[in-house]
Design a protein around this ligand. Structure first.
Ligand code: TMP
Length: 233
């Protein structure tokens, strides 16, 4: 399967057409707006592939089809739903700022949040009523999204805990296939999660990247090693 024209370029990935209208190729970049780290794209591709494959095997429909190369993955074409869905287990980041919770406070139950993906508006946090008013998705689709997001959390939390990693929070995005089926899309990587060492509380993810851009690849590789027992070489 070869790459045809570039359809989309985001901060972390490029997405290309293929000879098949239903199939696309996602190519992960080393940069992420905040500076390039050699090898980061390959590591993120492999982390996302590993997690998407596992979620698919556990019954979550995803856009993932096959890893093509170090940094390229074949995916199903989906029309993206312009929502960022955040799931939180422990207070951190914007939740602490917004509600005054102490960082590290374990939440009584997982918290789901929605953000409207709109660069012009700065991706504001919204609730389900806003989503319906803006016709971002239907109530039936949002019910599916909620169910999948919480199920992803129920799968990833024990999986990562088994690797000595605490899943603090993460962001998911969803899309619709040609027939309207809602699937988990985009990526799940250390750039879209907060991951803390379960023993020491050390930050293993993007927060660490913000403080120490050069260390990010090492951190992703450490997570990948823990997940797959291998490195990106
Ligand atoms: P926040 O605390 O900054 O709202 O982020 C919550 C989680 O969601 C954190 O793991 C980072 C992730 N996230 C993204 O990956 N991209 C985004 O645009 C947002 C808003 C959050």
């Amino acid at each position: 399967m070869d790459k045809k024209q570039l359809l989309y370029e985001g901060r972390a990935k490029r997405v290309y057409a293929t000879e098949s209208p239903e199939l696309l190729i996602a190519a992960y970049k080393d940069s992420r707006g905040s500076g390039a780290v050699p090898g980061r794209g390959a590591v993120n591709n492999r982390v996302s592939v590993c997690l998407m494959r596992m979620l698919g095997q556990q019954g979550i429909p995803t856009h993932f089809i096959d890893q093509l190369s170090e940094r390229e993955t074949l995916i199903r074409r989906a029309r993206m739903i312009p929502l960022k869905v955040v799931v939180r287990n422990v207070a951190a980041g914007s939740l602490c700022t917004r509600l005054g919770l102490r960082e590290g406070t374990r939440l009584r139950a997982a918290i789901l949040e929605y953000y409207y993906r709109s660069a012009a508006l700065g991706d504001p946090m919204i609730n389900r009523y806003h989503a319906f008013e803006l016709e971002l998705c239907t109530p039936a689709e949002l019910a599916v999204i909620d169910r999948y997001a919480l199920r992803v959390n129920d799968i990833l939390q024990p999986f990562l805990r088994g690797l000595g990693v605490d899943l603090i929070d993460f962001k998911l995005e969803f899309g619709r296939l040609a027939d309207g089926t809602v699937v988990l899309a985009d990526e799940i990587t250390p750039d879209t999660c907060r991951l803390w060492d379960a023993e020491t509380g050390e930050k293993l993810d993007r927060d660490r990247f913000r403080r120490d851009p050069g260390g990010a690849k090492d951190v992703s590789e450490a997570i990948l090693r823990r997940m797959t027992g291998e490195t990106s070489g």
